[in-house]
Write a protein that binds this ligand. Structure first.
Ligand SMILES: *[C@@H]1O[C@H](CO)[C@@H](O)[C@H](O)[C@H]1NC(C)=O
Ligand SMILES: *[C@@H]1O[C@H](CO)[C@@H](O)[C@H](O)[C@H]1NC(C)=O
Ligand SMILES: *[C@@H]1O[C@H](CO)[C@@H](O)[C@H](O)[C@H]1NC(C)=O
Ligand SMILES: *[C@@H]1O[C@H](CO)[C@@H](O)[C@H](O)[C@H]1NC(C)=O
Ligand SMILES: *[C@@H]1O[C@H](CO)[C@@H](O)[C@H](O)[C@H]1NC(C)=O
Ligand SMILES: *[C@@H]1O[C@H](CO)[C@@H](O)[C@H](O)[C@H]1NC(C)=O
Ligand SMILES: *[C@@H]1O[C@H](CO)[C@@H](O)[C@H](O)[C@H]1NC(C)=O
Ligand SMILES: *[C@@H]1O[C@H](CO)[C@@H](O)[C@H](O)[C@H]1NC(C)=O
Ligand SMILES: *[C@@H]1O[C@H](CO)[C@@H](O)[C@H](O)[C@H]1NC(C)=O
Ligand SMILES: *[C@@H]1O[C@H](CO)[C@@H](O)[C@H](O)[C@H]1NC(C)=O
Ligand SMILES: *[C@@H]1O[C@H](CO)[C@@H](O)[C@H](O)[C@H]1NC(C)=O
Ligand SMILES: *[C@@H]1O[C@H](CO)[C@@H](O)[C@H](O)[C@H]1NC(C)=O
Length: 485
């Protein structure tokens, strides 16, 4: 469900929330990517346990590494990115799907961004962007599925590596630790908004899943144990991913971290495909083209040092893994033929037919819009979570995944019109911190966030506040909604 609405000045009023770049000079956080570091909180003393490798059609391992907030041309102007691009296939037509950061990460995991438009722990409203964090956490209910459900059905191992995550499964909003660059004081290096899977209760409320969200000391440990799993999402910290810095800083991190691990068989073997990209571009006033890049031993050698201008989005990473392993789909935007093109060599080899859009086509959808999408994470245009499209056809072979507690009767078509919860002094029900965490490797409820929230999410896909008819009528009467699609 992703029809775009524009409402009044709200879209224009949204101010970019990313912090301005501060002048910092790259310093390595560890002696190498393969060494644990006291600059990260807590040593790793457990190795990831994975089952036997499940062969895919084109690759047996898919790794994503995401940088932050950079226009395509800016990345391509960097010597480090240019150098890297000779060793793989540059995707000139790759796009983020909206702004800000968090909805892009959510989309890559769940196949939709559910109307989200900010990075707040709380899904605070456009008109109250600095609402106090008393009802924190976008926490997507447990019957809303992710790529992990699809992978686990086929016993495909997975993990995230989040640099500076203090401990495995950490659910907090951010984490501040020793400022190893300044050599004094502290710095917020980890943020939840760049951690796609922790935002889904179906991951973060299940101990054995939550503990697969790991940090870079675990990465060093898993590398030495040759235990890097089959689906991997890597998030560098806020300086290394460019969020607080710039393309030169990212380039230094590429030379320090990425190039050495790309050269290591335990990360990149001849059955590995790696996607390197950005969550979103920097400038909202143009469409959301970002630098996308495929590298790895599984990329056919005739594609090395070439470019591909096929139109891809973050949903392409979902459709491509579905095609490769014959997975079910999520029945969301991962099955939307406008935005789910499969990476070309995988599409060709699996017989999947992409659309004909290329990255500089004037017919591309606008993916730079924000705030105007009705959804369960949009306070001012709130609708319930809908079940996936049960008849959707994905690039895999297996139909649509259905979570055990999903109410498939709540469809996109059956939803009530959006309501403005802000005007009712209410917050979306998913803006409660669920209250669980894993400080000792087992689930506990933190005292600061209280008991588990009483959201009524377990038996239906959508159970939020009912639409307030008077509100809807007044919006419609005022002509406040203009359907674009
Ligand atoms: C498919 O994607 C396009 C482009 O983002 C969008 O306009 C359209 O509404 C989507 N279709 C569905 C059914 O979500
Ligand atoms: C932490 O980072 C600083 C800056 O690069 C470095 O001097 C120091 O050796 C690092 N500490 C460890 C334990 O790697
Ligand atoms: C893992 O290391 C931490 C210290 O970093 C320690 O508190 C914990 O007891 C260790 N756990 C195991 C299972 O060894
Ligand atoms: C990549 O191709 C360019 C020409 O398009 C060439 O100059 C360069 O040497 C090539 N790089 C590698 C590593 O083969
Ligand atoms: C970290 O979280 C605290 C609230 O817990 C917030 O006040 C602060 O702005 C956040 N910092 C960053 C960089 O996200
Ligand atoms: C891929 O690597 C494996 C393990 O090193 C090796 O046995 C196999 O021959 C390689 N395959 C190709 C096509 O290079
Ligand atoms: C989105 O990009 C298009 C094409 O560059 C531009 O015309 C439009 O103004 C942008 N929209 C916003 C909200 O900035
Ligand atoms: C799009 O890019 C291709 C090269 O990749 C070029 O041939 C074509 O003219 C471009 N089209 C537009 C509309 O810019
Ligand atoms: C659901 O998927 C089917 C099959 O692709 C498609 O025909 C239908 O339009 C989709 N429905 C919605 C609401 O997107
Ligand atoms: C929602 O309500 C708030 C508070 O009354 C208002 O500022 C905002 O413009 C409304 N949003 C929409 C989309 O009508
Ligand atoms: C919302 O809260 C404000 C400030 O506390 C109050 O003035 C207003 O009457 C409330 N509106 C509703 C609809 O409860
Ligand atoms: C977390 O899981 C527990 C046990 O299954 C359940 O009682 C609780 O409601 C769940 N919390 C959320 C927010 O889903």
């Amino acid at each position: 469900m992703q029809s775009a609405f524009l409402f009044g000045t709200a879209v224009l009023a949204l101010v970019r929330s990313a912090s301005a770049a501060t002048a910092q000079t790259f310093q390595p956080p560890a002696s190498s990517p393969f060494a644990q570091s006291g600059n990260y909180t807590g040593k790793s003393n457990n190795t990831l346990q994975n089952g036997p490798v499940v062969p895919g059609k084109l690759f047996d391992r898919f790794i994503q590494v995401w940088f932050e907030n950079t226009n395509y041309a800016t990345a391509q102007s960097s010597p480090a990115f240019q150098n890297l691009s000779q060793y793989g296939q540059l995707l000139t037509g790759y796009y983020g799907v909206t702004h800000t950061s968090e909805p892009n990460y959510i989309a890559a995991a769940g196949g939709d961004f559910f109307g989200g438009y900010n990075d707040d722990f709380c899904a605070s409203s456009l008109s109250r962007p600095s609402a106090p964090l008393t009802r924190p956490a976008d926490a997507i209910p447990s019957n809303i599925s992710t790529v992990v459900d699809l992978l686990e059905e086929k016993n495909i191992s997975w993990a995230e590596y989040q640099e500076n995550l203090p401990y495995d499964g950490y659910t907090g909003y951010n984490f501040t630790s020793y400022d190893y660059i300044a050599g004094t004081g502290t710095y917020t290096y980890y943020v939840r908004k760049h951690n796609p899977l922790i935002i889904f209760d179906s991951i973060s409320n299940v101990t054995e899943r939550a503990l697969r969200i790991r940090n870079f000391n675990d990465f060093a440990n898993d590398m030495s144990a040759d235990a890097i799993p089959q689906w991997v999402f890597v998030t560098p910290n806020l300086v290394n991913d460019g969020h607080d810095t710039n393309v030169d800083f990212m380039g230094d991190w590429i030379n320090y971290w990425l190039n050495p691990v790309l050269a290591d068989e335990r990360f990149n073997n001849n059955r590995t495909l790696i996607l390197i990209t950005f969550d979103e571009n920097e400038v909202y006033s143009v469409n959301n083209n970002v630098w996308g890049f495929l590298i790895g031993g599984a990329l056919p050698t005739n594609l090395v040092n070439t470019t591909d201008n096929t139109f891809y989005t973050h949903y392409s990473s979902l459709s491509t893994v579905q095609a490769n392993w014959g997975l079910k789909s999520l029945g969301r935007q991962d099955t939307n033929a406008t935005v789910n093109n499969v990476f070309s060599f995988v599409a060709e080899a699996t017989g999947w037919k992409n659309n004909d859009l290329v990255g500089n086509s004037t017919a591309l959808p606008l993916l730079n819009l924000t705030g105007g999408y009705p959804g369960p994470l949009n306070n001012e245009y709130y609708v319930q979570f809908a079940a996936p499209n049960m008849t959707a056809v994905g690039a895999g072979t297996g139909g649509v995944f259905v979570a055990p507690s999903l109410n498939t009767a709540i469809t996109a078509a059956s939803l009530s019109a959006p309501v403005n919860l802000t005007a009712m002094n209410e917050t979306v029900p998913w803006a409660n911190n669920p209250g669980y965490d894993y400080p000792n490797g087992t689930q506990s409820y933190t005292t600061s966030t209280g008991a588990p929230s009483p959201t009524t999410t377990t038996t239906t896909s959508g159970a939020g506040a009912a639409a307030a008819p008077a509100m809807i009528l007044s919006l419609v009467a005022a002509g406040a909604m203009i359907a674009l699609a």
